[in-house]
Design a protein around this ligand. Structure first.
Ligand code: RNT
Ligand code: ZN
Length: 422
């Protein structure tokens, strides 16, 4: 049921007063939130399939489960779905593309992809004011079939993936130039072993060389930023992942590139929130892959849970909204995919708003004074502050649906569009 505008406004006025009493300016929080651009992962729309090889199998230690009807079969369908998602989100947001989402009328090998294969995406992004980020696709391919890519023992295989990554960085450069905002190229590879390796160092030496070769192609930072994404384990790489946290942390720091923190890539109870303030002392920028692991790196839709809030708090408390690029990374094929995108992105924005509404000075003052009881009391009170009134008001102001209204639009779209896709 649609909430009357006057009610949203009245609730907001009361909420703003409550926050003002704690020294929090809700208008300022809204202005800050408006500027945050989340990079939406194109791969939620088609279960990481891409358009290089329609019907191709997803492989490489990641899996989408479920077969809810309506997945995008073409780039046009994917863009149409994305247009709807963006229309349900307050603010202006980016798109995170994977190399396999190219558009070509014939098969193009991964090491031969070029900017022209992404010109339709570029035109669409330009027309809709979306910045674009990019990812080499080092999986779902015969050359990655044995689970190794950039750290493969075979020089020819390594060369193929090095060329692919360089081609991707040039495509990112093209997006950066065309759209006037740098694209982040994020490298994630599946390389690793199911069982205990005899040599844990060798593949890492090879990966190091491959990455250096990829980066030896100089591209201006105003167009492209490079990032590497570590992981603890994957399906089929349970015992050993070449691109581990220690490896990529050291690599990224020494090469002055970005480190990517995927919330699902650590021990199941390990949060990335506490890593953020530590890393910000050493890194200019970081990339986040906001996801939700359930028991493992299961890539569930992001929900408004404690983990998400802790991450948002660290981004905001450290004034790092411009240094931390926020991308999403999950792929749920068991529910309406447009809903999955919308729910996860709105949650991420809500968590950021909640963090922006935190009375940081008051909490920190308690801490300085050693008054930890008051710190705890206020932290707990904040959980039931009328934060949702501010969120609803923000959505109304941005002319996007308030509350559950967005589901009506998605249901209607499902009826008209998604259910027609067989
Ligand atoms: C895999 C990584 C990686 C992928 C995407 C599709 O564990 O998280 O970021 O999910 O590239
Ligand atoms: Zn990821």
């Amino acid at each position: 049921m649609t909430i009357p505008e006057a009610n949203i406004r009245n609730a907001y006025v009361l909420a703003a007063e409550r926050y003002a009493a704690l020294g929090v300016d809700t208008e300022k929080a809204i202005t800050q939130l408006e500027k945050i651009s989340i990079s939406l992962h194109c791969w939620q729309g088609d279960d990481v399939g891409g358009f290089e090889n329609p019907g191709g199998e997803l492989s490489g230690g990641i899996a989408a489960t479920g077969n809810y009807p309506g997945k995008a079969r073409t780039a046009d369908e994917l863009r149409k779905d994305l247009d709807l998602v963006y229309s349900l989100l307050p603010g202006s947001h980016r798109l995170n593309l994977h190399a396999i989402y190219l558009e070509a009328d014939h098969k193009v090998e991964r090491n031969e992809i070029e900017p022209r294969h992404f010109s339709v995406w570029k035109d669409w992004a330009k027309a809709n004011n979306h910045g674009v980020d990019f990812n080499p696709t080092c999986f779902s391919h015969p050359m990655s079939a044995d689970g190794f890519t950039l750290s493969h023992r075979d020089e020819g295989v390594r060369k193929f993936w090095v060329e692919h990554c360089i081609a991707c960085r040039k495509i990112a450069e093209y997006f950066g130039k065309e759209l006037g905002t740098p694209a982040v190229t994020n490298i994630w590879i599946p390389d690793g072993y199911k069982d205990c390796p005899a040599d844990r160092k060798g593949p890492r030496e090879l990966l190091l060389d491959s990455l250096d070769e990829i980066l030896s192609e100089k591209i201006a930072r105003k167009y492209n930023l490079d990032a590497v994404e570590p992981k603890l384990f994957g399906i089929g790489s349970e015992s050993y992942v070449v691109g581990s946290m220690e490896f990529y942390l050291s690599y990224a720091l020494s090469r002055k590139i970005l480190l990517t923190l995927d919330t699902g890539h650590f021990h199941p109870t390990e949060s990335i929130a506490d890593k953020i303030p530590a890393l910000l002392l050493f890194f200019d920028d970081l990339l986040l892959h906001v996801s939700r692991g359930v028991r493992w790196d299961s890539d569930h839709v992001v929900t408004f849970n404690d983990d998400l809030q802790a991450v948002a708090q660290e981004v905001v408390r450290n004034d790092a909204l411009e240094r931390i690029r926020i991308g999403l990374d999950y792929f749920d094929a068991s529910i309406n995919r447009v809903a999955a995108w919308t729910i996860g992105t709105r949650n991420t924005l809500r968590a950021l708003l909640m963090a922006l509404l935190e009375p940081r000075e008051v909490l920190q003052q308690y801490e300085i004074e050693g008054d930890f009881s008051s710190r705890l009391a206020l932290q707990e009170e904040l959980k039931s502050m009328p934060f949702s009134a501010v969120w609803d008001y923000y959505c109304m102001k941005e002319q996007v649906p308030v509350g559950m209204d967005y589901m009506d639009i998605i249901k209607d779209y499902e009826k008209r569009e998604l259910s027609q896709r067989k």
